[in-house]
Design a binder for this molecule. Structure first.
Ligand code: NAD
Ligand code: ZN
Ligand code: ZN
Length: 342
């Protein structure tokens, strides 16, 4: 089969011919319907050798498709079933996995297919190591649903853990209205009717999309956005600021937008650092850097999508054009999510 693989550090991935994997006991072979091109893959492609897992491996960690073949002893699904693939593959046995937090597995670090160690979904088939990582999609099309497994789940987890702050009259800010940010805006809308949702981005087209997705206001990134948030909140700042970019300027802006007792969530892997002192971020504003989300949360994301409460803006690319999709993502020219359809 054809697979889009990272072969050498800091070189574009290549389309290569590899064998179709045979599912071992407990494993499930999935025929890939769609694999989302996440901005984290661009970070992977730019990373130096010492920060990369063993090469080569097939990229693509946002996957959905149809069950092709069950390994001996694998149960719960039948060939042809449309499924979402939960990405952070834990060991299932450590303390965090037993609590359902496989993204924080103490053994695997929650690294799943497409991030090293295991091949990902930018190939015709994907080998999934346990059927508990599969979630039935019902009527959803895997080609549309694939990005929900990361852009959807990561945003859902980030919002849900701070939902207690989002009471009537509250304000939530989403910095970076790309694949993840657009999901976060819709999820904030779906989970909290009481919250004013504000999107912040550098790109005019993303701000336009953010408004279509339910943002009450869409602001150009910078000092004037901080002033506007302060004006909207009687000088107090937002209860929740989600930074989906994570570079120095957005982290600084996020700290200025958050309020006392608020919450600043760093989701973006932009490589920036947040200076922390007694006054900034504001007093008792907590800071967290969540990674991905939990299996039950992915089931909730799928339910929201089935109810048509969230929907990713998807552009499809065949496997031969995966490189072009990432180039467009790098240039900021993907409106929502590029999905590779092998
Ligand atoms: P994307 O490219 O689709 O979107 C990024 C958005 O940020 C774009 O709309 C861009 O215009 C905007 N942006 C860039 N610089 C900005 C600035 N200075 N101010 C405001 N907006 C700015 O990317 P994505 O796939 O949505 O991923 C976003 C980030 O989240 C990436 O760093 C990715 O690696 C990370 N990520 C983290 C997790 C996690 O578990 N924590 C999971 C998935 C992705
Ligand atoms: Zn990702
Ligand atoms: Zn574990």
């Amino acid at each position: 089969m054809r697979a889009f693989q990272l072969v050498e550090p800091q070189k574009p991935p290549e389309l290569r011919e590899v064998p179709v994997p045979d599912p071992r006991p407990g494993h499930v072979l999935v025929k890939v319907g769609g694999a989302g091109a996440c901005h984290s893959d661009l970070h992977l492609m730019e990373a130096p050798a010492e920060r990369l897992p063993k090469l080569p491996f097939t990229i693509g960690h946002e996957n959905a498709g149809w069950v092709e073949k069950l390994g001996p002893g694998a149960t719960g699904f039948a060939p042809g079933d449309p499924v979402m693939v939960y990405g952070p593959w834990g060991c299932g046995l450590c303390a965090n996995c037993r609590e359902g937090r496989e993204n924080y597995c103490q053994k695997t670090g929650g690294l799943g297919g497409g991030l090293g160690g295991h091949d990902g979904g930018m190939a015709e088939y994907l080998l999934v190591p346990a059927s508990r990582f599969l979630i039935p999609l019902g009527t959803l099309d895997p080609r549309e649903a694939a990005p929900l497994s990361d852009a959807g789940l990561t945003s859902y987890h980030a919002v849900k853990r701070s939902l207690h702050l989002l009471g009537p009259g509250s304000t939530a800010v989403v910095i970076g209205a790309g694949g993840l940010g657009q999901m976060a805006i819709q999820i904030l809308r779906a989970l909290s009717t009481a919250t004013t949702v504000v999107a912040v981005d550098t790109a005019a087209d993303k701000l336009e999309i953010a408004k279509r997705m339910g943002a009450d206001e869409a602001l150009v990134s910078g000092d004037q956005a901080v002033t506007r948030i302060k004006d909207m909140t009687r000088g107090q700042g937002a209860q929740l600021v989600l930074d989906m970019v994570g570079v120095d300027p957005t982290l600084r802006m996020a700290a200025q937008m958050a309020r006392v007792l608020g919450h600043l969530t760093i989701v973006g892997l932009g490589g920036g650092a947040l200076p922390v002192d007694f006054l900034s971020p504001p007093h008792e504003c907590s800071v967290a850097s969540p990674y991905w989300g939990f299996i039950p949360e992915l089931m909730e994301v799928v339910t929201l999508a089935q109810q048509r409460k969230i929907k990713m803006l998807v552009e499809h690319f065949p496997l031969e054009r995966a490189g072009e999709a990432y180039q467009l993502l790098h240039e900021g020219k993907i409106q929502g999510r590029a999905v590779i359809t092998p």
